[in-house]
Write a protein that binds this ligand. Sequence first.
Ligand code: LP5
Ligand code: MN
Length: 245
Amino acid sequence: MQVHFISDLHLTVDRPALTAIFERYLAGPARDAEALYILGDLYEYWAGDDDHEDPLNDSLANQLAALAQNGTRIHFMPGNRDFLIGAEFARRARLDILPEPTLIRLGTQAVLLCHGDSLCTDDTAYQAFRAQVRTQAYQTQFLGQPLVARKQFIAGIRQKSEAAKAGKSAEIMDANSDAIASLLRSHNYPLLIHGHTHRPARHQIEVDGHTCERWVLADWRESEGKAQGEVLVWADGVLSRQPLE
Ligand code: LP5
Ligand code: MN
């Protein structure tokens, strides 16, 4: 029995090689998994479930649905770029949307899942932005606007975000150790799996005398002309990273 974890694919029509890796994964290795957890930022951005302009939105939903049809349960946790994925997409892709954080069990091990952005508490400008856009009122108001206006607005945010990031240190944009400790404490010291920071690693941390593991998922990327994905696989009680090409 396998359980798979992926995040930070940032899929867009502009990066067809990454999409191709994901499509091969869905039709191949993902079928060995009893469950697939997508821990956010599947898409580069999401403007609303009614956005059918980008062909990727519908085609990936169909391919996810085919995987579900074949017997893999698919769970999606919102990322900071695609938190507007809603019930309509979930229905089309045959997945369920998980609250953040979510506690699951792998064998006897309790495992806590989150996207990871909520742990970056030193990034106060981002946390203020996040608090605002994650309110129901803001999202309802936003989704009530025409798609073209929403896309324009998102383009503006993306520009501002890139400019803001250029002025932030690497430490500010990493997960904060007190935030990690407090999350683990409040869930009785589970193993933690998250993405977002693009710093794949396996950390061992001591919290209140408990040794906990924190697995950070890899982002999918194209560098030096080579596209590379990764899935974290739980099999026979062991977690391992498997490259996808
Ligand atoms: O994604 P990544 O890793 O590049 O950067 C993130 C933080 N940035 C973001 C913004 C997204 O990347 C782009 C937007 C995606 C689409 C959202 C759709 C919905 C919009 C409206 C919904 C109701 O998340 C970045 C972090 C970085 O992670 C590391 O953790 O630093 O945060 C920023 O850079 C944010 C800036 O510091 C401050 C905000 C600038 C935008 C201001 C917009 C003004 C409008 C206000 C509306 C609330
Ligand atoms: Mn992210």
